[in-house]
Design a protein around this ligand. Structure first.
Ligand SMILES: [Zn+2]
Length: 676
């Protein structure tokens, strides 16, 4: 039985939604990001040829449309009020007593509260009509906010269509969901690393980064930064019977929205206080920032009775945690050289206790930041810790200066190799390919978990091995001997043989990990996956031209140039020869090819003319599905030209270059064989 296009599209959408849920709600993805992107791409191709089948809830609507000129404004149906703050247990008890007094409740009776983590993000509202996501806005001034619908669509945790958990649950005609948009600490770090490499200023904290991302006029950029959401309330609604806040959250959860798992129903104010204090200690366990807890009356009837002031509801209060800050002396400003030569300033501090750990170093971001805050060596500074992220210098206590502080001068030479540095955006960069600091960072990155994953091969070991001259580049790792390791500090026989074993094991890593590990500028894990899918070996990648690379979906001119420059470098060629000689895997492993049709997998195809049975996009999707690649123009490296009616000049070119030519029938045979 063959599916109609409409059925095919719906089937694909269901598959994509299923994977969205696995990824974002259950935190348990089944497929790689790359495979996911391919599904979306396939759907996009089908929709492009059948635009009348595009619906507002299709997952393709997430990838980001055309950039906007400016945001329009949306009026909130119910104002988005702020919440009053408290800072102590005493104030929480006063809040509880105030409520009882106002509502005429006996002081000895308990009131039920729901306590939620106060996510340090950006408040937004989502408007659903008949279950479909219609628009979303920022809080703005509380009465009207910016229409950021296009950006919110890119957030994969936000369902574009509400799915009731069972058939008895009716979809309300209108439902307004309120929540907090945030970035995980992980994603924040990734984003800042990318910015550092691109010479752009880093974001100070995850909240600024989330707010900046939500206000981007180009949703395609928003789509690349993975924003997350925790819904925390229902605003306006129709046709629902809800008695408590807990009911509201349960409903949202049922509709596929990711309600925070640490939300708790407390029987009375004592339990509330206990829960707040517990999370003050536990907050560093989370992969996102919280700045306190929010306490809400559970009963919606009691809420109505209490009402609101002009600024804040009387039935909710936030319990703010003390910011994790400390004051200490900045002893010296040190220069750190990154793996691509970026030089960043780091503050060496007099050790101070901050959020449970002793801190002796803090990031200063970049040189503009030092100038802007007028940070000097010898200053007393306020340092702050943001979750798992290294602490940062927030401000300078200028009144504590005594004249011995020294004004900071930007270095003109690399602190490690002494070669002249050049300005690159807000950063300075050392361009010496033989710089030892860069080598250390590159080797560390190569061995790191996201790259070749060599267990036990940490920064301290790399430092020693480079200083002793055992390692000049990462390929040398594969030529280390047990004797090299065993005499090092903190190394012993057991750990040396463990490291030797881990090195040996890393020779069989997948091709995409190797590409990532090479440390090519602008090529992170995701781009490495894209490249690994397109090329079958390091040799073919190394000889790819700028044009060939740019033809790959998702590879732009900047990335393409980085790749070509990297492989053109003579030093790179030596390293690759060494890796190969050590039998490090440089090829795509069999299981990495999507479908096992040897005729199609890994081959490149160009299509010209009109096919009878397939649209252009369908034909492309079929080729991709079997592991083949689509190229837009014919070259010597093209494996097949598929020819339909009225072919263009590509046919002449293919004949000239002796490229295999397939008519529609031959193409169909080839593709169909791949289905078995
Ligand atoms: Zn240098």
């Amino acid at each position: 039985m063959t599916l109609t296009i409409k059925e095919k599209i719906e089937q694909l959408r269901d598959i994509i939604r299923y994977h969205d849920r696995r990824y974002y709600l259950e935190n348990n993805p089944e497929i790689t990001d790359f495979a996911y992107d391919q599904l979306v791409q396939e759907l996009q191709n089908l929709e492009k040829t059948h635009p009348y089948l595009i619906t507002a809830d299709s997952p393709t609507q997430r990838v980001g449309g055309e950039p906007l000129i400016q945001f329009s404004t949306i009026n909130h149906k119910i104002p988005m009020l702020s919440i009053d703050n408290t800072y102590s247990d005493k104030e929480l008890r006063e809040f509880d007593q105030r409520i009882k007094r106002m509502a005429g409740i006996d002081m000895h009776r308990d009131i039920e509260y729901v306590v939620e983590l106060k996510i340090d993000g950006v408040a937004i509202t989502l408007w659903y009509e008949k279950g479909l996501f219609v628009h979303g806005a920022t809080r703005g001034d509380g009465f009207k906010g910016d229409d950021v619908t296009a950006n919110l669509r890119t957030v994969r945790q936000i369902p574009l269509k509400l799915e009731p958990p069972d058939r008895r649950q009716k979809i309300p005609s209108v439902l307004e969901v309120r929540g907090e948009i945030y970035l995980t600490n992980n994603e924040f770090q990734r984003l800042n690393e990318d910015r550092e490499e691109a010479g752009e200023p880093q974001f100070a904290n995850p909240r600024n980064a989330a707010a900046g991302t939500l206000k981007l006029l180009d949703p395609r950029i928003t789509a690349k930064r993975r924003l997350s959401i925790f819904p925390y309330a229902i605003g306006y609604f129709e046709e629902l019977e809800l008695a408590t806040h807990k009911d509201c959250l349960k409903l949202l959860q049922g509709f596929g929205l990711p309600v925070n798992p640490h939300t708790r129903l407390c029987k009375n104010i004592d339990e509330v206080i206990q829960h707040c204090n517990t999370w003050d200690k536990r907050r560093s366990e989370l992969d996102y920032m919280i700045d306190g807890m929010v306490v809400k009356v559970n009963s919606l009837a009691l809420r109505d009775q209490l009402g609101a002031t002009s600024k804040a509801p009387r039935w909710a209060i936030s319990y703010k945690y003390q910011p994790e800050q400390a004051t200490t002396k900045l002893e010296e400003i040190e220069m750190q050289v990154g793996k691509t030569g970026t030089i960043t300033p780091v503050a060496n501090l007099t050790p101070v206790l901050l959020a449970g750990t002793t801190v002796s170093r803090a990031t200063l971001h970049n040189f503009d930041e030092i100038r802007r805050k007028d940070i000097r060596a010898g200053d007393y500074v306020v340092v702050q810790k943001a979750g798992e992220i290294i602490p940062q210098v927030v401000s300078v206590l200028k009144e504590k200066r005594d004249g011995t502080e020294s004004v900071f001068c930007e270095p003109e030479i690399c602190p490690e190799c002494k070669s002249t540095v050049r300005k690159d955006g807000v950063y300075l960069r050392c361009h010496n390919p033989l710089c030892l600091s860069q080598a250390k960072r590159r080797i560390q990155y190569f061995a790191s978990r996201q790259a070749m994953d060599i267990e036990g091969f940490g920064p301290a070991l790399v430092e020693q091995l480079v200083d002793k001259g055992f390692l000049k580049d990462y390929a040398d790792i594969y030529y280390l001997t047990f004797d090299d390791l065993v005499n090092l500090e903190r190394m012993g026989e057991k750990s040396s043989s463990n490291v030797m074993h881990a090195i040996e094991e890393s020779k069989n890593r997948d091709f995409d990990r190797l590409i990532c590990a090479l440390g090519i500028s602008n090529v992170g894990f995701h781009t490495a996956e894209v490249l690994a899918n397109h090329f079958d070996s390091l040799d073919t990648l190394a000889t790819a031209t700028q044009e060939e690379l740019e033809e790959i979906y998702e590879i732009g001119p900047v990335v393409a140039k980085s790749i070509v420059d990297f492989f053109r470098n003579e030093h790179t060629r030596d390293i690759i020869e060494k890796l190969k000689a050590a039998r490090v895997n440089t090829r795509k492993l069999a299981r990495q090819t999507s479908t096992n049709n040897p005729k199609v997998a890994g081959r490149s195809f160009v299509i010209t003319g009109t096919l009878q049975k397939y649209s252009r996009n369908e034909a492309e999707a079929l080729i991709r599905k079997s592991g083949g690649r689509i190229i837009s123009s014919v070259s010597k490296k093209t494996d097949y030209l598929v020819v339909g009616d009225d072919p263009g000049s590509k046919l002449d070119k293919a004949r000239e270059l002796n490229v295999h030519i397939l008519d529609e029938e031959a193409f169909e045979n080839m593709i169909q064989n791949s289905k078995e």
